[in-house]
Ligand binder design. Structure first.
Ligand code: PMP
Length: 359
């Protein structure tokens, strides 16, 4: 029987892998530290907005996300025309590739980084150009600038980087941006921006203002705790933002998501207090892991990275037996999300036991 012809580019493109859900075993608490989510339940005000919006799901949502767009524009002091919302920031990232790169074009990014980059690049028919992280597990911006060719249409800079948590700092990023040709779009993926406490980590929105080839990608999934509602956005100059409106899946952000995002912006102080608590937990986890003897790269995100090589899967399995799922990248390392205090305690005990039992 003949089958429909599918695009050859799809061959070999992996299906995006989500973090494993917590595995409940009798008598063992189950925590999910595998997807960089926010461990806290919704704030009451956000819950109220969600409940109110739930009553009208026989209607399509506001296609333009008007209220959310207006409030984001005010929050970041940018024109509303520079704000483009989408189905999670991964959806917006895919739109950015669609808007810039086609067959034969190149998309440059560091590797290892967010695993959606190669997928969305190849779905777009473009060629991924992966530039290895440096010895400190951070972006090698000089090598990334060197990798740009006449075919490069887009460069992703993931800051902080998923899964290593490392950052690029202001002076280095500005130097890099000065080297990128004006017709190449640089996407500053700041999904974890709110967890960054280092004053030398630039706010991409400051950098985009006088650079028409810079777009900033943000999300409500992490610090704002709305991962399940799928709301992300980009801030970019009009030609890019307009292209994002064209490439958007119509009605891709539900009304529940829009209203929850608006309520989250209004609840920002309370949400940022939670973020501050997670940052304190991050320091505690990093220090405890270092005291156990692990090498932990500097992280400014809500996760830590352990380069474990061929011990990666054994470590992940040990954590899971103890009651916490983490994110293994086989042969490379493990990414551990900072969760609630009890989850972090459990993880630290599992890491210590694993280390003591190493041959
Ligand atoms: N960018 C980075 C760097 C991420 O790690 C993630 C999620 N893992 C995303 C974007 C996408 O998140 P979302 O689609 O939930 O906004």
């Amino acid at each position: 029987m003949s089958t429909p012809k599918l695009r050859a580019e799809l061959d070999g493109i992996p299906v995006y892998k989500p973090g494993r859900p917590p595995v409940a075993a009798e008598g063992v608490p189950a925590y999910k530290l595998s997807s960089n989510e926010n461990p806290y339940p919704p704030l009451p005000g956000v819950m109220e907005a969600v409940t109110a919006a739930m009553g009208a799901f026989n209607r399509y949502p506001d296609l333009a996300c008007s209220q959310l767009t207006a409030e984001l524009a005010e929050r970041f002091d940018v024109p509303a025309g520079h704000v483009a919302t989408g189905t999670g920031s991964v959806g917006v990232a895919q739109q950015l590739v669609q808007a810039t790169a086609g067959t034969g074009d190149e998309v440059v990014y560091a590797w290892r980084s967010f695993e959606a980059y190669p997928i969305i690049t190849r779905i777009g028919g473009a060629r991924p150009v992966q530039v290895p992280l440096n010895a400190a597990e951070a972006h090698d911006l000089d090598a990334m600038a060197d990798a740009i060719t006449a075919r490069t249409r887009l460069v992703f800079v993931c800051n902080p980087n998923n899964p290593t948590g490392t950052v690029v700092r202001r002076a280095a990023l500005e130097r890099f941006l000065d080297r990128v040709p004006a017709d190449v779009l640089v996407v500053l993926d700041e999904a974890y921006r709110e967890f960054s406490t280092d004053p030398d980590v630039p706010d991409g929105i400051d950098l985009y203002r006088d650079r028409p080839n810079v777009a900033v990608l943000r999300t409500f999934s992490k610090a704002y705790g709305l991962a399940g509602l799928r709301v992300g956005f980009a801030i970019a100059h009009e030609p890019v933002a307009d292209a994002l409106r064209k490439t958007a899946v119509p009605f891709g952000v539900s009304q529940v998501g829009q209203d929850a995002a608006v309520a989250s912006l209004r609840a920002e102080p309370a949400l940022l207090e939670r973020v501050a608590g997670l940052v304190v937990e991050r320091s505690r986890v990093v220090e405890a892991l270092a005291a156990q003897g692990w090498t932990v790269p500097e992280t400014q995100a809500n996760f830590v990275w352990l380069r474990l090589g061929d011990r990666t899967e054994a470590f992940a399995a040990a954590c899971e037996r103890a009651g916490a799922t983490v994110r293994p990248f086989p042969g490379e390392g493990v990414r551990i999300t900072i969760g609630e205090t009890e989850a972090n305690d459990l993880l630290l005990r599992a890491a210590e036991k694993f280390r003591k039992e190493l041959p």
